[in-house]
Design a protein around this ligand. Structure first.
Ligand SMILES: [Zn+2]
Length: 188
């Protein structure tokens, strides 16, 4: 084995013990032997356009294609490490650093977007809020109601026929005449 020169991290129990390493190697060999039998990620790789070849996690995609994104009420919400675990603090630090990196990368991506891309992005964000599906469904209905109300205000009045227009005109003329006659006191 190549000697570590750069890492100052203390070796873990798994790394120190020959017996443990043998267990790890055997486990990995078994996994690699069975890997081709595991269900594959259903996502398409952006780089090649081909189906992703990674093994799928519980939701049918791999860890790079949203396989670790929680379902249900926790959809796209950050999953914090179990506080009672021995390495909870390390995991929390790692998670926070990863979030920071993601936020920086996102800010850079947003800065390089065109106005149209930015609008599309914010529209997507509006319709894909993290959390409960019922909340998303409710705001979807609210948006649809608001849109149909706005459309009803803009809708043009129903077209009228020439005959209707003639009658309306005649009615208006008769009312006008009536007002004059009443003013003259003929019906007095
Ligand atoms: Zn994948």
């Amino acid at each position: 084995m190549k000697k570590r020169t750069r890492s100052r991290r203390p070796l873990t129990a798994w790394e120190k013990s020959a017996e443990f390493r043998a267990i790890a190697v055997a486990t990995l060999r078994k996994l690699n032997a069975e890997r081709h039998l595991l269900p594959k990620c259903k996502a398409k790789a952006k780089s090649t356009g081909d189906r992703c070849k990674h093994p799928a996690l519980a939701n049918g995609t791999c860890q790079y294609h949203g396989g670790r994104t929680p379902k249900g009420n926790d959809w796209h919400l950050t999953q914090w490490p179990d506080g009672s675990a021995a390495d909870a603090e390390t995991k929390l630090d790692r998670k926070l650093r990863a979030q920071q990196r993601a936020a920086t990368a996102k800010a850079r991506r947003m800065a390089s977007m065109s106005e149209q891309e930015r609008q599309r992005h914010s529209a997507w964000q509006k319709t894909h809020r993290p959390g409960r599906a019922s909340d998303r469904a409710r705001s979807k209905k609210e948006r649809a109601d608001a849109a149909s109300f706005a459309a009803s205000l803009d809708a043009p009045a129903a077209p009228i026929s020439i005959e209707q227009a003639r009658l309306a005109n005649e009615l208006q003329a008769l009312r006008y005449k009536l007002a004059i006659l009443e003013g003259e006191g003929i019906f007095g």
